[in-house]
Every structure is written in structure tokens, then in C-alpha cells.
Ligand binder design. Sequence first.
Ligand SMILES: Nc1ncnc2c1ncn2[C@@H]1O[C@H](COP(=O)(O)OP(=O)(O)OP(=O)(O)O)[C@@H](O)[C@H]1O
Length: 243
Amino acid sequence: MTEVPPIRIDDLTARYGANRVLNALSLEVPTGSITALLGGNGAGKSTTLAVLLGFLRAESGKISVCGIDPAVDPDGARRRIAYLPENVALYEHLTASENAEYLLALSGDPQDHGAIADAFAAVGLQERAWDERLGGFSKGMRQKVAIAVALLRRVPVLLLDEPTSGLDPRATADFNMLLSSARARGTAVLMVTHDLLSAADVADRIGFLESGRIVEEVTATGPDRFDIRALHARFSAAPEVPA
Ligand SMILES: Nc1ncnc2c1ncn2[C@@H]1O[C@H](COP(=O)(O)OP(=O)(O)OP(=O)(O)O)[C@@H](O)[C@H]1O
């Protein structure tokens, strides 16, 4: 029996009003792999995530999350997805542990203190921060709380919108290591990003999105994985689409 890919998009078209944003988009993210979507402003990267999450309906084409059409069963699709938006929404007046406890209970995956502590340790959140309120946390620390929650849910699909924007190189490298461990556990990761270096560091495949369709895909090969210079030339050549 052939396995249903965690993310599959076939010939997808979607629009906001009169503005056709996704245009014959096709994309597959297999189990245990990381795909990065790059593209200029307004190319349709975040919209691709919105369709997978069932926030926007496709006009035509097919989309499935572990075999579920998010337009037909958005809750079913979302139960299989951990989603990190660019600006992670956490509760400022709760501590890191309380945030994790609350968010996991909300998503129907309650976890005990021990599991949360293990996840915080795994993502490198310093122990003294676990019981601190989020008010004074840096963006990197917030990302760690959010990714710990996402990983604790052990869902098959992880969607990330600009996960490394605003992170320093050390925090970006730490974050990429976490993604690698999620991949090793079988998670299908789709990240949209402008961070070519981070994508080249961690992704198995990079797709370039232009005007709502993937115009080129490159796959990591050999010890050097990607030809960064060629990617940079390619990426800088992508036209910007007015928002
Ligand atoms: N909620 C919305 N309502 C109407 N139009 C929208 C909405 N969200 C996005 N758009 C439009 O859809 C197009 C694609 O936007 P999208 O956010 O998917 O691009 P992006 O590739 O993620 O860009 P960026 O790199 O700037 O984040 C843009 O023209 C944008 O103005």
C-alpha cells in the first residue's frame, strides 16, 4: 500500500477576492523531511500555510493533510498540524510552564510537568526561565517555548512561518537542530522563509515560489547539500510582487 504523504498539494488555485494568490501550486512533503518555501514578498508563501490550515478555501485543485482535506474537515487537519506563526502568540502573564500546560490542554494533548520539563530541556530553554512569566522573554526564548509545545504534541506535520526572523545566528542554529530532530522522529516540516542560509542549512528540499506557483525545486545532494551561491543568485532574481 502506498503511504499517504503528510502534505500533498496538487494544482491548487486560491484567491483573496479578485486577487488570485495561488496559481497551479503543486507540492509534496514526505514523512521525515523538511521543505523550505522561498519567494519574494507577496509570492503566496503564508497563503499556502493558510490553505493547509483550512483558513482559506482552495478555488480548484487538491490539498490534503495526512489524507484529510482541510476545507472539508479543518479540525481534523489541524489536529495533525503544529503551526508556528511568525509572531508566536503566548500568554504574557503566565510562566513558560503554564503556557505549555495551557496550550497543550487547549489542543487536546495534555502533558504532565515532567514531559514539559524534558521538552524545555531538549529545546535548550534555560531551567531558571521555566517558571518565569513570559514578559521578559526574548524572541528566541519564546520560540523555544512554542517549539517545545509543538514537539510535545507529536503531530505528523509542522508548519513554520518565518521561524528564524529576528533570531541571532546561534539561536537560528539551535532552532535548526530542533527541526532536524523533529525530522528524525518522522515529522513532515514545511517552513516558509526569507532566510536562505537557514533553509540551505536544514532543508532537504527548497522550492521557489513566484506568483503563487513553484517555479523551481532543488534537493540537497552530497556533503555540500546546496550550492549557496547559485541559490542566492536564483533567490535574488525572484521578482517582487506588490502586496
Ligand atoms: N487576509 C488577506 N486578505 C486579502 N489579501 C491577502 C490576505 N493575506 C494575503 N493577501 C494577499 O495575498 C498575496 C500573497 O500574500 P502572502 O502573505 O501569502 O505572501 P508571502 O509570500 O507570505 O509574502 P511575505 O514574504 O511578504 O510574507 C499578497 O498580494 C497579499 O496582499
